[in-house]
Design a protein around this ligand. Structure first.
Ligand code: NAD
Length: 361
C-alpha cells in the first residue's frame, strides 16, 4: 500500500480489543504514532509498552487534544462509548467505535445527531463484514444470483463462560445486544434497502439466570422486513464452558427467488485436541482441550501476524484514511438501527408482544 496520508492515532480503551487494534495499527504502514488512553492506568501503560506508544494517559482530553492526532479508535466498554465518541467527533477527526454503538437508543441518537451537526466521520466495527464467507455472500447478492430474498436465518452459539464475562462488564451487554447484534448488522448489510420493521421473539431462562443475571439462555426471534421478507435469528450463549468454539459458532442461510446460500460458520472443519490446553483469546485463564480452530471471533495470531476479521477490518479503516480506498464498516445509522432491533427483540421476548422498530434514516 502506498500511504498518501500519515496517521497519528489515539486509542481510547486499552482492554482486549483496544490492545488488538493497537497492535494491528502499529503494524500498518501509514501509522506514524499512537497515543493510548484508558481510565485504568495499568491497562494504558501495558499497551503503551507493548506497541511503543508516543504518549500514555488516563485523561481523555489529554489524549485526543494532542495536535498531531488525526484519527481516533474508541474501544472502551460498551456503556462507555458515548462520552469519548462525542469528544472525538468534536475533535473533527475520523472515529472508529466498537459495536454495539451504545446500550441505549438515546445514546446512539446523541452520537448520530453529533455526526450530522458536525459532518463527522464515524464508523462502527462489526467485524462479520470482514469475514471472507460473508463478504462472498454479499457479492452474490450484489450480483443478483439469489434473486429477491424472501427469507433468511442466522443462529449463534457460544459458551456460558463468554456470556458471564460480557454480563460482568455490564448486565445490559446481553447475548442479544452484544453478540446477536453482529448478525442483525450482517442481515441489515446483506439485505440492504429492506430494513426490519417488526420483531417477535421468545426466550427461556436457565443457567445464566442461576448465575445471577436476569438473562435468557436461549432467544429466538422472527423479524419482518419492509417488503415482507422474514428473518429468523437465534442466540444461545449458554453452552457448556468447555464447548470447543472459542468464539462465535454460527450458521447463516439466505433464501431467494433464484437461489439459496447456506453458510456453515461453526468451524467444525478444523478440530484439534491437545493435552496442553488451547488458550481462550477472550477469557484469560480458560483453556479448552478440544478446540475448533479459527473460531475466535476476532481472529488468530499466526507466525507473528494477526489473521482474521478484526485484522482486515482495522486495516481497511486505516487504508481508507491513508489512501481514500472506501471501507465497508457500518455507518452510525446502521449501528443505531441495529441497536434498535436488538432492543426490540429483548422487549418482545420479555413482554410476549410484537414490537415495531423505530428507525433513524
Ligand atoms: N469486533 C470484535 O471482534 C469484538 C470482540 C469483543 C468485544 N468487542 C467490543 O469491544 C469493546 C471493548 O470490549 P473488550 O472486550 O475490549 O472489553 P475490555 O473490558 O477488555 O476492555 C475495555 C477497556 O475499556 C476501558 N474503559 C472503560 N471505560 C473507559 C473510558 N471511559 N475511557 C477509556 N477507557 C475506558 C476499561 O478500563 C478496559 O480497559 C466493546 O464494545 C465490545 O463489545 C468487539
Amino acid at each position: 500500500m502506498n500511504a498518501k496520508q500519515d496517521i497519528h492515532l489515539a486509542i481510547v480503551g486499552c482492554g482486549r480489543i483496544g490492545t488488538l487494534r493497537g497492535r494491528l495499527a502499529a503494524m500498518h504502514p501509514a501509522v506514524r504514532s499512537i497515543v493510548v488512553m484508558d481510565t485504568d492506568a495499568a491497562a494504558a501503560d501495558k499497551l503503551a509498552r507493548t506497541i511503543g506508544a508516543s504518549f500514555c494517559t488516563t485523561e481523555l482530553a489529554a489524549a485526543i487534544s494532542r495536535p498531531e492526532i488525526n484519527a481516533i479508535i474508541v474501544s472502551s466498554s460498551e456503556h462507555e462509548h458515548t462520552t469519548p465518541v462525542i469528544a472525538a467527533l468534536r475533535r473533527q477527526v475520523p472515529v472508529l467505535v466498537e459495536k454495539p454503538i451504545a446500550l441505549t437508543v438515546a445514546d446512539a441518537d446523541l452520537m448520530l445527531r453529533t455526526v450530522q451537526e458536525l459532518g463527522g466521520n464515524l464508523r462502527v466495527g462489526y467485524s462479520r463484514r470482514y469475514k471472507t464467507r460473508y463478504l462472498l455472500a454479499k457479492e452474490q447478492l450484489r450480483q443478483g444470483r439469489l434473486g429477491t430474498i424472501t427469507g433468511a436465518c442466522a443462529r449463534l452459539y457460544n459458551s456460558r463462560a463468554q456470556c458471564l464475562a460480557m454480563l460482568g462488564r455490564n448486565p445490559h451487554a446481553t447475548p442479544v445486544v452484544d453478540a446477536l447484534t453482529y448478525y442483525v448488522d450482517l442481515m441489515g448489510w446483506l439485505l440492504e434497502g429492506n430494513p426490519v420493521t417488526e420483531v417477535f421473539a421468545r426466550g427461556q431462562k436457565g443457567v445464566i439466570q442461576a448465575a445471577g443475571y436476569d438473562t435468557d439462555d436461549v432467544t429466538w426471534a422472527v423479524l419482518t422486513c419492509r417488503d415482507g421478507a422474514v428473518v429468523n435469528l437465534g442466540v444461545s450463549y449458554a453452552l457448556p464452558e468447555k464447548w470447543p468454539s472459542v468464539g462465535h459458532a454460527a450458521r447463516v442461510e439466505l433464501l431467494g427467488t433464484d437461489g439459496v446460500l447456506l453458510i456453515n460458520d461453526d468451524h467444525t472443519d478444523q478440530i484439534m485436541h491437545t493435552n496442553a490446553g488451547f488458550p481462550h483469546v477472550y477469557l484469560p485463564g480458560q483453556k479448552v482441550e478440544t478446540v475448533f480452530l479459527e473460531s475466535s471471533t476476532s481472529g488468530d495470531w499466526a507466525l507473528g501476524d494477526f489473521l482474521g476479521p478484526l485484522a482486515d477490518e482495522t486495516r481497511a479503516w486505516l487504508d481508507e484514511l491513508a489512501t481514500g480506498k472506501p471501507c465497508n464498516l457500518a455507518t452510525p445509522q446502521d449501528a443505531r438501527n441495529t441497536l434498535a432491533v436488538t432492543l426490540a427483540i429483548e422487549e418482545s421476548a420479555r413482554t410476549g408482544r410484537v414490537v415495531d422498530v423505530c428507525r433513524a434514516d
